[in-house]
Every structure is written in structure tokens, then in C-alpha cells.
Write a protein that binds this ligand. Sequence first.
Ligand SMILES: [Zn+2]
Length: 406
Amino acid sequence: MHKPVLQNAATDRTGTTPGVVPLSIAPETPGPIYVGSDVYRRAAFGNNHPLNIVRHSAVLDLVEMLGWLSEKTYQASERATVEQLREFHDRDYIDALQYAESEGQVAPEVRERYNIGTLENPVFEGLFERASMTVGGSILAAKLACAGHIVFHPSGGTHHGRPDRASGFCYFNDPVYAINTFLEQGRQKVFYVDLDAHHGDGVEAAFESEPRVMTVSVHEEERWPYSGAAGKSGQARNLPVPKGVNDSELNYLMEEAILPLAEDFSVDAVVICCGADCLAGDPLSGMMLSNVALWQAVDQLIALGQPTVILGGGGYNPWTVTRYWAGLWGRISGQEIPESLPDKAVEFMRSMECDLIDEEDVDEAWLTTMADSPYPGPIRNAVKSVASLVAPGNRSRMKGRKHDLA
Ligand SMILES: [Zn+2]
């Protein structure tokens, strides 16, 4: 298809012969893709649940207001089929979830066995469609990533889901499907990095003895689910951090532990869980990161140059979640992050509500800007110590250990 505008732009930039599009910026070069669905616009989780706030729809609305989305960059996801769900989740659990939704209630023994119909994992209308859409979105995201796109699927990131039960607001586990899709597509070294405030326990458990996957989780110590102790365990590398973790500390963990691990593991695919509960201002964690530091960490992982899927995750402050993920898409898709939000966007941000945050605690900057002020600080010994526990050691020692295990 002839695209005169694009060709002229290419010619201007490179000074090459008119009509000849240089390969590096050829129109067919895969660009970034946003995977989403209108399913997430429907009410979910019910009243009094921390996820009863706008998140996915708000991110989409904000990026649309900023003109950062087009038909070319947005792709609607499809639901995972029951057969696909059975590849990781137990048949009886899937059946129980479907039945619970159709009945609108849960028998005590079902509640006990599958951890559904609880305050944590309520049964609500549209639950099954929503949860299977999230899995389908992550499968699609990994396939698109294998075709060369950087793929953003912010509705993904249900990292606590277990094969046989719901856990931590997660019914299924879509990151597992993103990773498995990479493996099915022939990737041999999938690197999973979890930057959510909570330990990525479900993903870790799924791959703890899978040599083709390494799971790395940065999370706040002494917080639910209380797993993910510092160090190495099977294919897992865990970096629990003390309360109040700052931007300099995240950067330290990236430079001293996570990026060296990626190199040592010779990664050929990357899945990132970008839970927004690690941001300053989140009501369910005590981490103090700025979105700018997180954007940079994701940039560093994208720069590994491998097929990459970027998922969402937790996040219970609608303002900070929306700014982080909308800005993340902006960064991925090459947009300039605006100094201040346009009036329409400010009005939109002002319309949000959150039961967990008092009105006087709503920071004016959350309503009028996108990028946080950076939050640098001292790098505490506890942070240095977790980095050294997981950083790849010298190769002879690693080899010796492997030999011992064999
Ligand atoms: Zn979380």
C-alpha cells in the first residue's frame, strides 16, 4: 500500500532518494501494540473491594485523550478457550468458577476448596469472561511479541493465580500463559521480572523446576503472601525490599542484580509484571517508587532486545495506576510525556474516586501531571544484600553447583 506521508517523512530524515524507504524505518517494521478489551469497562469485584476502582478503562481513556492510540497500535484480545485454560488450571477449578458465576453464590465447601466467593476473591457477574479474557490477552501478547512487536497488556499480571484455586484477587494466572506461549513458540530462555509490590508466588511456583524460565521478583518484605525470601530457589530469584524503597534502590537492583541475571541467563524472551502498587501513594504497600524510575526499569528490560510482553498487576490508587500505565504506553510507543496534562485529562483525573484514599491525601500532581518527581535516596544495606544474594556468581562456582545438583 502506498503511504506518501510516511515515505516523505522517511526521505526527509535520511536524505535518501525520494520513494525509497530505508529498511530500518520501513512501514512494515512491527511497532508497539496495546492489547486490551472493553470487558474491563464493566463493573467488577463488587463494592468494598480494593479493585473496585477504574484502572484499565482509565488508562485506555487517558491514552486516547492524549492521541497515543490508533487502529494500528490497539488490538482487542479474545477470551482463552476452556481447553486453553485447562493447560494450566485444573478442570474442576475451572468448572467450579463457571458454576459459581452462573449461580451467583458459592457453597461453603467450594469456598474452602477453591478460595472463591470470599471477600478477597468475590464471585461477580462477568467474572469468568473477564478472567479468561485476561489469559487470552496474554497469549495474544506473547504471540505478537514473537512477531517482533513490543506488547503492552496492562490488564494482565494476575500473578497469584494457582492451578487449583484463586489467590490475591487473581482467578487465573495470565503471566504463566504469556511465558508458556513463548516456550511453545520455541523460546528457550524466558525471563520473568515481577515489579509488583507483592511476591509473584503463582508464577514462581509454576516454573520453579523449568530450566527454560527464570522468575525474578522484587517485592516488599513482610507483606502478603509472605513468601519470596531473599535469594535463589530453583529457577526463582527473589529480592524482598524494606519499606520505603526509593528510586535509587530500584535502579541499584536493576544494575547489580536483574540485568546481570538476564545476561547470565542468555534470555531470549521477557515478560514483565508491572503491578502499580509499588508506587508511592498506593494504599496497600509501603514502597515509595516514582513512575519515572519504573519506566526506566522497563526501558532497560526492553533494551535487552528480545520479544517482550509488558503486563500490569496490582495497584489500588486509581490516579497513580493510571499515570504509571498510560505513561508506560507513552514511553513504549515513543511519545513525549507532557509536562502537564491537558484540561480534559485533568477533568478526567479529578472525576476518579477511591474509598481507600482520603480526599485530602489526593496529591494535586496526581491530577495535573503524568510523570512523578523522582524519589532518589540512599541505597540501604538490606537492598545491597538482597542484590548480592541473587546476582550471578562467578562461572566456575555456578558450574560446580550445577555439577553437584546433577
Ligand atoms: Zn501487588
